[in-house]
Every structure is written in C-alpha cells, then in structure tokens.
Design a protein around this ligand. Structure first.
Ligand code: FUL
Length: 740
C-alpha cells in the first residue's frame, strides 16, 4: 500500500511538473525557510484555473443511481441481473431542471458504482443499461443526463468507481486498461466533463483479488481528454473534507502540506462495508487543523487542495423508499450550508433519483425550500450602499470595492500590512445576524484571524471572531442592531485581499418555552422570538401555522393535552421555521407534603414522572431538590391500578451538600388514608460511600393493586460532622419515580 502511495505521489508530482500545477498551485519549502517565510510562501499558493472555476460553483449535486436503486442496497456485489434495472418514468430533465431551480451548478452522475453496472452502453462490458429492459436496451442514462445539463446550463461530472465487483479482469493489469477504456468513453462521447470523482473504496473483485490502480494513467487520460475537469477525492485537485456529515472544518485552509493528498489515508477512511445493503456512515475523520502555521512548518511543499463536503440529502447514497420521510429538512440543509459553503468548502449534495428515475417529491421540496431560505437571507446585503473606509488600502483597491460583487474589484491592504480595520456606516440602524466574507482567492488564502464589531453607545463591541475565510466564510450570531460595523483583520500570512463583505438577516428564530412537557392542572407556554416586533402565529390543532392562524399576544394556557405549532414573521414577512411542542395532561397527579425548594422546582409539574431520567446535573431542571426537609411524595392514579414495581432514583454529590437519603420507604394505598409498605431501605452509607455525582435507585417489587403510591425519603437534615457544610441544611434530590 505504501508503495502504491509513493507511486501516486510520484504520479502527481510528475503531473505537477509536467503541468507545473499551473502557476502557483504548488510551492516547495526550503529547509532553511523561516516560519515567516513559509507563511508568506503559503499565502502565494493559488488555485489552478480549473480549481477556481470549480470553487466558484459552491453548490453541486451528486446523483447516485444504478442497480442499487432497484435492489434497495447501498453496495451491490456485481452479481446483479441487469434485467433489474428498469426505471418506469425516467426523466433526466426533471432532475436537472429541479437542480437548476435550486441553484445547483453541476451534476455528478454515478456512471458506474462498485457493482460494475454501467449507466451507459459501454463497449467494454455487457453489464450495463444495454442489457436491461429499460428502453429495450437502447437507453443511455449518461447521455440523457448530459443533454439535460446542456439544456439547463448545468455543469456535468462523472463518478466512475475504480473498484468493480463485476469485471473479471479486476485485480490484474488488464483491468487498468479496461478502466482507462471506460474512462475514455465517458470523456470523449459526452462533451465537456468538469469533474471526475474517484472514491476511496478498493475491495476485492469477483476473483478475490484487489487491484493496484494505475492512478497516473487515469490522471493522464483525464488531463489529456478533459483538461478543465477537476479530479476529486482520489485525485490531485479536490480534497475530501473527511466526513460525510455535511459539516466542514471551522478552520479550513485550502493550502495544505503535500501529504494531505495521501490517498492511502483517504481509502482507509472511506466507507468500509455496505455490502449487506445497509448504509454504514463513516466515522468522522476530521482533524481540526490541516493547514495552520503549525501544520505547514515542517512541510516540504505546499499545494492548493481545497475541500469538498459530500453529504446525502437522505441517510443513504442510493434511493430507498423506506427513507422517503427521512429527507433532510430545509433547516438541517441550511445548517449544512453554513457549515460547508460557509466554511470554505464546496457542497456536493447527493440527491438520489428514485425507481421511477425521478427526483422524489420530498427531495424536490427540501431543495426548493432551501433555495428560498438562502435567497431570503443572502439576496439583500444590509451593507450595500454603506460608506466604507479602511485603515489602510493598496492603491487601486480601495475599501468600497469590498461591496462590489465578484472578485474583480477587491479591497487589499497596503502592501506588507497584515492588519487592517474596515468600517461601514450603514446610514441608519440595521439589524443583522449573519456575516459573509470572501477572500480574493485568486491571490491565495491569507487571513488567519478576524473579528466583527458593532458600535453601540460609545464603543465598539465584538460580535464574533474566527480564523480562516478563504473562498467564503459565513458566521451566525444573535441579532445585532447598529449603524456602524467594523471588520478587523487581526492576523494574515501576507497582505490580505477581500473580495466580499456582507451582513444579512436570517429568518426569525423562535422557540416555545418550555419546548414540551407534561402537567397536572394547567400549563403556560411562552412563544419567544429573537427580534422585537416579529409577529407570532400558532395553531392548537396540529396544522401548520401561517399568518392567518391564531395571533400570539400572551402566554398560552393549556388545560388539556395539546400540540402547539408556531411560526414567527419578521418585518420583511420572512418566516421562521415552524416549531412544535407537545404538552400532555397527566392521568395522575403528584403532591408533596413538603414543597420542593423553589431553587430546584423542576421544569414541569410532573417532572418526577415525566418518563425521563435526569442527567447527572441537579441544575438541569429534571431534578427536584429538598433542603433540610424530607421528601414525601404521593402519586394519585385516580383509580386502582395493577403494578409490580416502583423505583425511585436519587442524586448524590456530597461536595455540593447533596446526600443520598438515609432511608427510602415505598408505600401503597387504595383509599389514600391507609398505606401499607411495598418496600423500605435503610441507606447506612449515605454519607461516606461515594465521591462525585452519583445516582442511586431504590426498587420495591411485588404485584400490587393500588390507587396511591407514596415515596418517603429521609433527609439527614444537616450536613454531617467532618463535612465542609457541617451543621448546615443538607439536600436530597429525586428524579425519577417509575411505576411499572
Ligand atoms: C464512497 C462509496 O463507497 C459510497 O457508496 C458512495 O458512493 C460515496 C460517495 O463514496 O466511497
């Protein structure tokens, strides 16, 4: 494997030398370069033309489609009958028109996945669409998709799995020729291809052998036939971010030491086994830092190797009917957007066509909803038209360039300066909760630390601070209102150059407080939003609310089990995500002889019986606390019931003066006057038997018919001798009481 890696390194170096990585995307470090010189060198590593064009897309789509779509699996074994491939209503135009409307800029089709089934009628195998009943074997998915891409002005890429579990020659040198032949078909018969995506899986073929891939041949084929195409993941142009969660690194450097291209690593970290049809999500392989000064200090060379975040809109990469209601919500997708595109990465979102050969309605809705929310946020830059000044600027790159869209006009600090403040006078007070920044990456990635401030009263207040910017950085924070804001470049590797500054307002935030729960008599719910003046509407009948629903003016009082759904609208009419809370009226009541301490009243009236055991934190709202007093709790079920076990859990943390009870008694009654014991426990070691936070349960068992259950826990009253709180009131805490 190591040998393989060395070969690859040589291969890429060879390609690099041959093409010189286009000017600037590769730089070598001399052993005597100082850390400062290394930083300056790093600041001069720039994307190749193809990398720049790729990065500009920001948002691309993956379509996993193939034999697995019909077998309901994630990885096929190569034994599948091509007869199974038979989409009933195939419509590539529907895919591409949806994606185009959603703002997606490229579609990458799985021309061949690990099962070896080809979506185009390859001359080199029969294991393809030509042996399927679809269009009587005359269909070509790749062609149909490419044609639709041309119609809707969408770029086009191919995923071609080097691992082929069907092809007999796999595992021999002959297979490399077979693979190059197939690659050549795809790169010569379908017009322009802008990305070739090689994943890291390298398993056994049908004859039990593994293949030694001739990457150099593959790369050379691509460079020769489609020089503008980036080679992604197992390739020199685009780096896998390291997770399939959709969440990129907070500090994302596009300039990394050359060994970040270690393909052996990529292969090892790739999805390992999905052969039984179950999708196995990868563990995260997300080192926090790939390119800081610390990381590049000992590098021999540096390259521009930007990150791509691939994630599926559903749990699996391929379509499974059972996942129709697990399509990621627009809210989740927006969060992914901020954490991928907004973290100097490109988002490659997988949207798998279904068995009909169409993008499922649920996925279409999620994509278009995401697009609408993005537009609501980013179509208006609240800094537009602002007066801009900078503490220093290079000639011809004045501060207000930063508000002109595109990279052509950009602000740059005075040569040699690595710090600067750029101040924006918005003309009037504005409310914003999101920052958008771009460096002019044509010159490299340089900013190492920045902050955003707002002028309030008589001084600047910091809103947010972070490290890298790169192609795009999006940061979210709570709404801020002010007329003047200031961007501070606090540290850079070399003269910083920024192409864009934007401040935006996200949809209103809203929450129900409490978010859900249970009550005995009645309960009050507050609906809260983040900006004064936002209007809130809600429903109590399970329907989605809109501006015609009930208008919220005061806390909602509930006296019966209810579901509340609420929505907020801001002054622009932009809606929040819908929030819902479920509130259950209990069929039992709980009373206490001694009221719990008002300091620890619990987060609902039935917190002791809400079905959730409190985490080991007495302040979490899930525990009830008694200071000095005993706990004497009675549960009334309203009628006689049969049960066989009662458990009561207590919390101890003697360092915080919380002791386990000295004694716990569990009693039952049918009339509420006469009680009989179900179990009682003396807890002799309630003081010295434990350290730190601890939970202890007491269980009484035996078949019982009763209406009332009474749990009595004896508090020691005061902290014992030798304890730091000696003589002061001691606490007991309870959660939860479980009656089975
Ligand atoms: C991985 C493959 O094994 C998965 O099936 C999927 O195609 C993913 C995008 O790449 O390596």
């Amino acid at each position: 494997m190591k040998k393989f890696f060395t070969l690859l390194l040589l291969a890429v170096l060879f390609l690099g030398c041959q093409e010189k990585y286009e000017s600037g995307s590769f730089i070598s470090i001399d052993p005597d370069d100082s850390p400062k010189e290394i930083a300056i060198k790093a600041a001069h590593v720039t994307p190749s033309e193809r990398q720049l064009a790729w990065q500009d897309m920001e948002y691309t789509a993956f379509c996993h489609f193939g034999i697995n779509t019909f077998t309901d699996r994630e990885w096929g074994d190569g034994q599948e009958d091509p007869q199974w491939f038979n989409p009933t209503d195939f419509d590539a135009r529907q895919w591409v028109s949806t994606f185009a409307e959603a703002g997606i800029k490229m579609l990458i089709i799985t021309a061949k996945h690990h099962d070896g089934f080809c979506l185009w009628p390859s001359k080199y195998t029969d294991h393809s669409v030509k042996s399927s009943p679809w269009m009587s074997g005359n269909g070509d998915v790749v062609k149909a998709v490419k044609e639709a891409c041309e119609e809707f002005d969408m770029k086009f890429g191919v995923y071609l799995s080097p691992w082929d579990r069907h092809e007999q020659s796999y595992g021999t040198e002959e297979y490399n020729t077979h693979f190059v032949n197939q690659l050549t078909e795809l790169l010569t018969e379908y017009g322009v291809v802008d990305e070739v995506w090689f994943d890291g899986a390298c398993g056994e073929g049908p004859n039990g052998k593994r293949q030694v891939y001739d990457w150099m041949r593959y790369y050379n084929t691509i460079r020769e036939l489609q020089p503008q195409a980036v080679i992604a993941i197992m390739g020199p142009d685009v780096r896998w971010v390291g997770t399939e969660s959709g969440y990129g690194r907070v500090m994302e450097w596009s300039v990394v030491p050359y060994n970040a291209m270690d393909t052996e690593d990529i292969a090892e970290n790739s999805q390992q086994d999905a052969s039984n049809g179950v999708f196995v999500p990868l563990g995260d392989k997300m080192a926090k830092d790939l390119g800081s000064r610390n990381k590049i200090r000992n590098a021999k060379s540096l390259i521009w190797y930007p990150s791509e975040v691939d994630v599926s809109i559903r749990p699996g990469w391929f379509y499974h009917e059972s996942q129709d209601d697990q399509v990621k919500s627009p809210e989740k997708l927006l969060d992914i957007w901020f954490s991928s595109v907004g973290r100097n990465s490109l988002l490659l979102l997988n949207i798998p066509p279904d068995k009909r050969g169409r993008i499922h309605e649920n996925d279409v809705k999620a994509l278009l909803d995401l697009k609408n929310i993005r537009e609501a946020i980013f179509s208006e830059n609240l800094a537009e038209g602002a007066g801009v000044k900078a503490t220093n600027s290079a000639f011809g790159h004045q501060a207000n360039n930063i508000l002109i869209p595109g990279r052509e006009d950009f602000w740059m600090a005075k040569k040699g300066e690595t710090e600067a403040d750029i101040e924006f006078d918005l003309g009037e007070e504005k409310t914003f909760d999101c920052l958008s920044l771009s460096e002019n990456i044509e010159l490299g990635q340089r900013v190492e630390q920045f902050s955003l401030e707002v002028w309030i009263g008589d001084r600047w207040r910091e809103i947010t601070r972070s490290t890298t910017i790169g192609n795009k950085r999006l940061l979210r924070f709570s709404p801020q209102t002010g007329q003047k804001v200031r961007l501070r470049i606090l540290q850079a590797r070399h003269t910083p150059a920024l192409a864009h500054f934007g401040i935006h307002k996200r949809p209103p935030q809203m929450e129900l407080k409490p978010m859900g729960g249970a009550f005995m008599e009645e309960m009050e719910i507050d609906l809260l939003t983040d900006v004064k003046g936002n209007k809130i509407y809600y429903t109590l009948n399970g329907q989605d609310p809109d501006e015609y629903s009930l208008k919220y003016t005061a806390p909602i009082k509930l006296t019966k089990t209810t579901q509340i759904k609420a929505i907020a609208y801001d002054s622009r009419g932009v809606a929040s995500f819908i929030r819902e809370g479920n509130y259950t009226k209990a069929t039992f009541s709980i009373s206490y002889k001694n009221a719990p301490s008002p300091k620890y009243p619990g987060n609902s009236q039935i917190v002791l019986m809400d079905g959730r055991k409190g985490i080991l934190d007495c302040g979490s709202g899930e525990w009830l606390g008694w200071e000095g007093d005993d706990m004497i709790t009675t549960i009334d079920f309203g009628e006689v019931k049969e049960f066989r076990r009662v458990t009561a859990d207590f919390f101890g943390n003697t360092g915080n003066w919380i002791f386990l009870p000295l004694e716990v008694k569990i009693e039952v009654s049918t009339n509420g006057t006469l009680y009989r014991s179900m179990g009682s426990f003396k807890n002799a070691k309630a003081w010295d038997s434990y350290n730190g936070a601890k939970r202890l349960g007491f269980s009484a068992t035996g078949f019982v018919n009763a209406r009332y259950v009474r749990v009595t826990a004896t508090n020691r009253g005061v902290c014992p001798k030798g304890h730091t709180g000696e003589g002061s009131k001691s606490w007991i805490f309870c959660d939860e009481i479980i009656v089975d």
